[in-house]
Design a protein around this ligand. Structure first.
Ligand code: DON
Length: 304
């Protein structure tokens, strides 16, 4: 398969469609990003990189980091984690407070904000220096020192974190939160403010396409079974209340972020990072989804 020609074809087609969305502005610093940016990087299981457009430009990965922290914690806790967070699609917006109340403090899945806060709380319990260790872990997955926390984005989110703070206190009220809210919130906004390029993102997702083994870290990151479970969660919950639509149109396990990025994998074949900051009304990148849809339409193989 000529991946380079494939992603160039997809890139050109998406550019010509002139899709429009809206750059996230509820974190004010994110609203400053140039909405016309667009890049795709595909990494095969030999570690070969194929890229087009702005694929080497760092962007704010936001909720995509929930996959990285989940895999860090999964490794440490194994299946014990699943008494604190469920594994069902939410069908609700990523920052829903109502759902957490209905479900008595057990978040639907680890990718909605409430679930990610439980995961970050577990991370803070387990790791001595969670922010530093998260950076080291993601660097290791990429096989290079590439992770940077954008301090402006971090400050901007901290100054506007009322909803996430409310979710954290709700979790605490239901005894599903062990650490001080401020401490977990700082670790959470730090992971969300990680900046990396499509190429680096695709490298960090590579082990999920490869039964848990990272060709960049040169080691087994998760067992084959755990990697399979993370992929199942990405397929069913990676796009919030648009997860069904993404599975229907694209058919790959993936995770989006409000920075406009998507990390996705084709098991046994490749991982991919796509970035375009303009979002649809569900908070997922308009062009990135279209690009992945065209890509899977053109591939001569599929997950299903
Ligand atoms: O917690 C938040 O609201 C953001 N830091 C991340 C949200 C996000 O990326 C949702 N993804 N589509």
């Amino acid at each position: 398969m000529d991946y380079q020609s494939l992603i160039e074809e997809v890139y050109d087609e998406v550019k010509h469609q002139n899709l429009k969305g809206k750059v996230a502005d509820y974190i004010p610093e994110l609203a400053k990003v140039d909405g016309s940016k667009f890049g795709i990087a595909l990494v095969d299981l030999d570690g070969q990189v194929y890229g087009v457009g702005d694929y080497r430009e760092p962007f704010s990965i936001q909720s995509i980091s929930k996959v990285h922290t989940l895999t860090m914690v999964f490794h440490a806790f194994k299946s014990k984690l699943w008494s604190r967070v469920n594994v069902e699609p939410s069908g609700n917006p990523f920052n829903s407070i109502a759902q957490l109340e209905y479900e008595k403090g057990i978040p639907r899945n680890p990718f909605i904000n409430a679930g990610a806060l439980v995961i970050t709380d577990a991370l803070v319990s387990k790791y001595k220096d969670p922010i530093k260790q998260t950076i080291e872990y993601v660097d290791e997955l990429a096989g290079t020192h590439c992770v940077r926390i954008d301090e402006e984005v971090k400050k901007s989110e901290l100054a506007h974190s009322e909803r996430n703070t409310a979710l954290a206190y709700f979790l605490k009220a239901y005894k599903n939160f062990e650490n001080p809210v401020e401490e977990v919130m700082e670790a959470y906004v730090s992971q969300c403010a990680i900046e990396m390029s499509c190429e680096e993102l695709a490298k960090t997702f590579s082990f999920l396409a490869n039964n848990g083994y990272s060709v960049f870290a040169k080691k087994q990151i998760l067992t084959e079974t755990h990697a399979k479970r993370v992929n199942a969660l990405m397929l069913t919950c990676g796009f919030y209340d648009e997860s069904g639509e993404f599975a229907f149109r694209v058919g790959m396990p993936g995770k989006s972020g409000v920075g406009g990025g998507i990390g996705a994998i084709m098991p046994g074949k490749f991982s991919i990072g796509v970035w375009s900051p303009e979002l649809n009304e569900k908070g997922n990148s308009e062009k990135s989804i279209k690009a992945l849809e065209l890509l899977t339409d053109k591939l001569q193989f599929s997950l299903f």
